[in-house]
Design a protein around this ligand. Structure first.
Ligand SMILES: [Zn+2]
Length: 102
């Protein structure tokens, strides 16, 4: 493992202060299998695969999600980094639609 602090994204080249922050700026699907659901709520037939839309958020999108750059020029997730004194009012509207199971 490299001893460098922070994570450089190979996708967009931005630096992130944590793996969580790095993962947070990645959105979209991996092209997961889609199954039908039968009347009992169980998984049915394989219908196909979702489109692979995995990508990095743009700078503007990261800002819109509440991410900020710290003094080191690394992106941090504001809500999770108590060292950042940034927010004027705490907007807790971050719907974290992260599903990093793949
Ligand atoms: Zn990236």
């Amino acid at each position: 493992m490299p001893k460098t602090i922070g994570y450089e994204c190979t996708g967009c080249g931005e630096f992130f202060n944590s793996d969580a922050a790095h993962r947070f700026h990645r959105v979209g699907g991996y092209g997961e299998a889609i199954f039908s659901t039968n009347s009992k709520g169980k998984r049915g037939d394989l219908l196909g695969y979702g489109s692979h839309t995995r990508r990095c958020l743009s700078i503007e999108e990261m800002k819109a999600k509440g991410m900020v750059k710290n003094e080191l020029g690394r992106w941090v997730m504001e809500a999770y980094d108590s060292t950042i004194l940034y927010s004027e009012d705490q907007e807790q509207e971050n719907d974290t639609e992260e599903e990093e199971s793949a």
